[in-house]
Design a protein around this ligand. Structure first.
Ligand SMILES: N[C@@H](CCC(=O)N[C@@H](CS)C(=O)NCC(=O)O)C(=O)O
Length: 337
C-alpha cells in the first residue's frame, strides 16, 4: 500500500497547522537565550566536540543569531533533534528556530505551518559505497541493498530515481541515521544514501575512511536552510536577513577580524550592514549592530563554510554551488539598501 504523501515525504505527524506563535523575538529577549534546534550529531554541521561544545555550520548560524538578537553568541541552548521529530519540535514551540540540515521542499513549505528561510547550503542526495566494489555510477547499483534513513527526503527520492531509471534497489530502512551508519560500516548494505555532505561527514569518522567512497553523482537537489513558524513574520525576517547579512559580509570583504575596523570605514555597504548608517537593525526590532555582532562572533558566510565544512574543516568540501554568485556559485545576498 502507498504511504500517505506527507508521511512518505518525511513529514510524519507534522501535517498540522501550527498555533500562531508570534513574537518569538520577545520570548527570546525575555528568556535571554535562544533555543536552537539542530541535529543530534553530524560532523561539519552540528557535532559536540570532545569538550561537549557544539561545532558546525548549523550551530554557527545559531550562534550568529544569538549574537544578532541578544548581543552574545554564547546565549544559545542547542536541542538535538532527529529527522523524525524536528518539525514537531518547531511547531510546538520547543525550539525557536530549526537550523538542522533540513531540505526545503514544496510539501514542507505548504503543509506543515512552517516558513522556510534562504538556502544556506546547497546539497544533493549522494551514495557512499565500499571502494572494493569499484562502483562509480548510481546505475551500477542496480539490484544493490541500500541503507536509507526514515523521516528524510531520501526515502522518497530513492524510490523515484529507481522508477524513473528502470533500476531496482533493495532499500534497508533505518529509524535513525546513526544506526544506519553503524550498520553500513558493519557491512549491512552495498551502499548508503544521504545528503552528500552527511556522507562525507560519516565517512570521515568511519573506522576505515579509506575503504569507502562517496560517488560524485547525486540524484536530487537538497537545498538546506532554516525553518521558522508561520505567523511570525518579524522572526522569520530576522532569520532570513541574518543569512543575507553573512553572505553580504563575504561579498563586501567584511571578516571576523576586520569587522570592527570596517565600522569606521568609508564603504557604504559595510556602514549599513554593520550599523553605522541606515538604522537597519532597529527596523527588525534589533540593535543596529546586530550584523556586526554576528560577524564578530562567527565570521562571514565564507569563513563559516571554510571552518566547518571546507578546507580547514573535517569534510574538505569545495565551495561549488555554495560559492558566491560572483565566483560561479549560488550564494547571492539580497542587497542591504
Ligand atoms: N536533508 C535531509 C536529511 C536530513 C538528515 O536527517 N540528515 C542526517 C545526516 S547525518 C542527520 O541529520 N542525522 C543526525 C540526526 O538525525 O540527528 C532532510 O531534510 O530530510
Amino acid at each position: 500500500m502507498m504511504k500517505p504523501l506527507l508521511l512518505a515525504a518525511g513529514l510524519a505527524l507534522a501535517a498540522t497547522t501550527a498555533p500562531a506563535m508570534a513574537q518569538t523575538l520577545d520570548t527570546v529577549k525575555q528568556r535571554g537565550q535562544l533555543i536552537c534546534g539542530v541535529s543530534t550529531g553530524f560532523p561539519g554541521f552540528s557535532m559536540p566536540d570532545s569538550q561537549g561544545v557544539y561545532r558546525g555550520l548549523d550551530t554557527d548560524y545559531c550562534r550568529a543569531l544569538a549574537a544578532a538578537v541578544l548581543g552574545d553568541a554564547t546565549k544559545v541552548r542547542f536541542v538535538g533533534l532527529t529527522a523524525q521529530n524536528r518539525f514537531t519540535a518547531l511547531q510546538s514551540g520547543e525550539v525557536d528556530v530549526l537550523m538542522r540540515n533540513s531540505t526545503q521542499t514544496f510539501l514542507r513549505d505548504a503543509s506543515i505551518g512552517l516558513q522556510m528561510g534562504p538556502v544556506n547550503f546547497h546539497d544533493g542526495q549522494g551514495f557512499a559505497v565500499k571502494r572494493e566494489l569499484g562502483v562509480s555510477k548510481v546505475a551500477e547499483l542496480d539490484g544493490a541493498t541500500i541503507c536509507v534513513a526514515q523521516g528524510t527526503t531520501h526515502e522518497v527520492t530513492l524510490g523515484d530515481h529507481a522508477r524513473a531509471h528502470g533500476l531496482k534497489f533493495q532499500p534497508v530502512v533505518f529509524e535513525r541515521p546513526d544506526t544506519m551508519y553503524q550498520a553500513f560500516f558493519a557491512g549491512r548494505c552495498d551502499a548508503m544514501t544521504q545528503d552528500a555532505s552527511a556522507l562525507a561527514g560519516a565517512v570521515s569518522v568511519a573506522p576505515n575512511p579509506q575503504d569507502y567512497v562517496v560517488l560524485a553523482e547525486t540524484i536530487s537537489k537538497e537545498p538546506l536552510g532554516p525553518f521558522t513558524r508561520n505567523g511570525d513574520a518579524q522572526w522569520s525576517k530576522i532569520v532570513a536577513w541574518l543569512h543575507h547579512g553573512l553572505v553580504e559580509a563575504e561579498e563586501a570583504g567584511i571578516t571576523q577580524a576586520n569587522a570592527e575596523e570596517q565600522v569606521k570605514g568609508a564603504n557604504p555597504v559595510a556602514q549599513r550592514l554593520l550599523g553605522t548608517s541606515g538604522e537597519f537593525g532597529s527596523r527588525l526590532g534589533l540593535d543596529n549592530r546586530w550584523m556586526l555582532n554576528a560577524v564578530k562572533a562567527v565570521g562571514n558566510y565564507g569563513e563559516i563554510f571554510e571552518r566547518n565544512v571546507g578546507k580547514s574543516g573535517q569534510l574538505k568540501l569545495e565551495r561549488g554551488l555554495n560559492g558566491l554568485w560572483s565566483k560561479g556559485g549560488l550564494m547571492y545576498a539580497i542587497p542591504f539598501r
